[in-house]
Design a protein around this ligand. Structure first.
Ligand SMILES: Nc1nc2c(ncn2[C@@H]2O[C@H](COP(=O)(O)OP(=O)(O)OP(=O)(O)O)[C@@H](O)[C@H]2O)c(=O)[nH]1
Length: 370
């Protein structure tokens, strides 16, 4: 409703002719002020919506019996299963014999599921070579081989496990706005608390007041402490305070949010560099893990974001959110193969329990519906 009032106001303003320079300046200021009020009101609406969503999530979680983790994973991957495996199965059925045309069809399926060109080429090359070596001639026998290759691609030297067994540990969470950073922090905190760990959150995304408010809602929901400053405060200062609090309360895990502005690589580098320095200096005894949050629904865009973050900081793992909302989950292959970063957590729904530890075997089995 507010938006409507502002646009009417703007329309009236636009229809008047303004020639006097002072009047132009005044008008500009009024419009700027109105824009600021409009942005604030959008943030308030956004925060209220998040609170309402959370309340309905909580009701659902209480109402529905807990499906097994693997069943949840299967459910969460159903769109990607339609996008990849169902298509693979119908091609394998249609072609019967293993030949070049079949490989081309499989290649197209992988490309359209956002597995990325290089990763797709690698998978198809390995499929070609291995099927020849193992003398596979019937197309349906390829299914097992495809699974084997996918598991191998997803299994990197670096473990998929979260490095949080040390107490204290710090998880620094980076990623651009809107990818599910705040939600993921809340879900990680919930998971850690469930494991009996004492958790503190640091509201380091000080760029927008809504980000601080949303993290606070999560801290209340999960029942963990939060350290926050005002909007616009220095992220490193928030982290500094959070470290002192974590030390005095013997916290096991400090989870730090950060602002994810990508439009200036130098700023991003400076900001994350400053945070890392504070962590090294003030909390050298803590094990550190930097997790990059990527939104699976953005497909190959997520790969581009990861490349920029990889250039400016050392990423230990990826949290891939919203896999339940996309048929293009092939991006997970691209992350492992092209970026060589282990996927550690995957988001398969909006509920608190819907952030699962990533395991290549389980993932591929769930994807193939086994
Ligand atoms: N379906 C689904 N939705 C998710 C998942 N993870 C996050 N979301 C939703 O994605 C939206 C954005 O999440 P946020 O956590 O607010 O994103 P953010 O990156 O913190 O964004 P900012 O607060 O703008 O920085 C919210 O509506 C979340 O509920 C997921 O795994 N599955």
């Amino acid at each position: 409703m507010l938006k409507g009032i502002f646009s009417k106001f703007k329309k009236n303003e636009e229809s008047k002719e303004i020639n006097n320079p002072e009047e132009i300046q005044d008008t500009k200021e009024v419009i700027e002020e109105e824009q600021q009020v409009e942005e604030k009101s959008e943030e308030i609406i956004e925060t209220e919506e998040v609170a309402m969503d959370m309340a309905s999530d909580m009701k659902e979680e209480v109402a529905s019996p807990k499906a097994g983790l693997f069943e949840k994973l299967k459910m969460g991957l159903s769109k990607t299963r339609n996008g990849i495996v169902d298509k693979v199965d119908s091609v394998l059925k249609a072609y019967k014999k293993v030949d070049e045309e079949l490989f081309e069809e499989l290649e197209e399926i992988l490309i359209t599921s956002d597995a990325g060109v290089n990763t797709t080429m690698e998978i198809i090359d390995r499929l070609r070579t291995e099927s020849k070596k193992r003398k596979i001639t019937e197309s349906e026998e390829l299914r097992y081989l495809i699974k084997e290759i996918l598991i191998d691609i997803l299994t990197l030297e670096e473990s998929n496990e979260l490095n949080v067994s040390n107490s204290p540990s710090v998880i620094l969470v980076v990623g651009v706005n809107g990818v599910g950073k705040t939600t993921s922090i809340g879900k990680i905190a919930h998971r850690m608390k469930g494991e009996g760990k004492k958790v503190i959150l640091a509201a380091g995304d000080t760029f927008r007041a809504a980000a601080i408010d949303q993290l606070e809602i999560w801290s209340n929901r999960v029942g963990v402490d939060i350290i926050k400053h005002q909007e616009g405060a220095d992220t490193a200062a928030v982290i500094f305070d959070a470290i002192q609090s974590a030390k005095s309360k013997n916290t096991d895990i400090l989870i730090c949010d950060t602002a994810g502005r990508l439009h200036n690589k130098k700023n991003l580098m400076n900001e994350l560099g400053k945070v890392s320095k504070v962590l090294e200096r003030e909390f050298s005894e803590a094990a550190k893990e930097t997790l990059l949050v990527l939104d699976a629904t953005t497909g190959q865009n997520a790969i581009q974001q990861a490349k920029v973050f990889k250039e400016v900081t050392n990423i230990n793992g990826v949290v891939l959110t919203k896999l339940d909302g996309t048929a293009k989950g092939g991006v997970v292959l691209s992350i492992a193969n092209e970026l060589n970063i282990p996927v550690k957590l995957i988001g398969v729904g909006e509920g608190m329990e819907d952030l699962q530890l990533f395991n290549p075997n389980d993932f591929v089995n769930a994807l193939f519906g086994e």
